[in-house]
Every structure is written in C-alpha cells, then in structure tokens.
Write a protein that binds this ligand. Sequence first.
Ligand SMILES: [Zn+2]
Length: 265
Amino acid sequence: MDDRETASLVEFLAGVRRVVALTGAGISAESGVPTFRGKDGLWRQYRAESLATPEAFARDPALVWEWYDWRRGLIAPVGPNPGHAVLAAWEDRFEDFAVITQNVDGLHRKAGTKNLLELHGNIWRARCTREGTVREILTTPLPEVPPLCPDCGALLRPDIVWFGESLDPDVLDRAFALSAGCEALFVIGTSSVVQPAASLPAAAARGGAKVIEVNLEPTPLTPHADHFFPGPAGQVLPLLDRRLRERTGGGRRGSGQSNGKGRSS
Ligand SMILES: [Zn+2]
C-alpha cells in the first residue's frame, strides 16, 4: 500500500456514510486470544473439533463446559487492542457503521462497539436447552459445571454456533443486508475462506462497495479486494483513522453531506 493509494482511499472514506467491518480470529490473536485451532486448540487430549459439537455436548455436557470454562479463563484477562478501539470509534465517524464478527470472545463489545453482529455467538453467554433463553454469565471459573437454567433447571449450553450447526438465519440475513448495502467493507483478520462469512465481501462488491482487506498475509480474497493493507489491524487501522481525521479536520461524519435523517453533526 503506497502513500498515494492510502490517500485516495482516505479521500473516498471521507465521503461515505455506510461502512461495515468483518472481523475474524486475527484481530483477537493480536490481543493474545489463542485461536483454539491446531496446537493452540489442544486441551487435555481433545481437539476443538471434537468438543464444539452438539454430539459432544449430548454425550458429556460437563466435559464440554469444562473446556469452555478453561477458554473463558484464558480470555477473561485479555483486552481489546487499538484495532478494536478504532472500530468502536468509527460508530461516531460514519453515519452507519457496523461490525460483523466471527469471534466469540466479546472483545468488540469490551472496546465499546454497540452495532455488532456476532455470527458465531459469544462465549460469555449461555442458552437454556429447554427454553432457548439467553443469559450472560461472566463469572469464571463457573460456579457449577455444567451450569443449569435458574428459571427451569434444564441444562444451559454455550451460546455458540458449533461445528455442524447453522448460523442464526436472522443474524445471517442482517449480515448480508449490511454487506450488500454498504459503500465500504473492511475485512480484518480473517482468511475469508470460512462460509458463509466468506460470501459477505462478494455481496458487498456486487452492491458496488469498495472492499478493503487488512491481514498479515495475502488471502484468497486479496486478488478481489480493492485495497490490501498487509499488517496487524492494531497498526493499520489507527494509521488509517489518523489520516482520516487529518483529512476531515477531526470532525465526526466529516463529509458535511446531509444525511437525510436530521441528525445534528
Ligand atoms: Zn430454562
């Protein structure tokens, strides 16, 4: 990414209103969250793929919860990085800004992002297997394993989309609508190969959006992206944000366009 390309992107971003960021494991890894894949994913003798399934939970809910309890313990002390912070601040910069994440660690919310779609759920939430009600459980380690629903006594399960399960169709519909309707889509810290999230950049491009990729290494998306910024999100995003603030005089929604909603600027 040379300086002229950055300048033209900044010029473009200064004039857009609807922006979406799609994030994945890379931005969490920068904060120190293990990926729980490969060697990182081993717990006792188990692999993530053998625990994060409905079958494993049906067989041994306590074992599955012990594993999530361990993961929650690793994630609890981890904080958002400057990349998360910029995305949280962009809710003020752009008229419509949303984060769609594949991460379950809750770091976007910790950073202050409110307009957030969590495609794969959230490790800090549990769902009643009988009633479907969802509650937040922040205590770690868990006081009881497996935890039971305080309302009906049924088993709670992690509010996570497991291997072999479908994404919440509602969440997925909103993710596609946001992507198809945005003017710029950032793809950050994700290899863009896992479906259905991998289709979101294509939906954005079809809708006429610019696709801007921020990843450590090129990915299958890179040849299709309008811009590729190699590097950690925690460096690239603050740099872009600084350039954008310089361009717009630090103002919020700095393009000065009427947003048609009567909001004051
Ligand atoms: Zn219940």
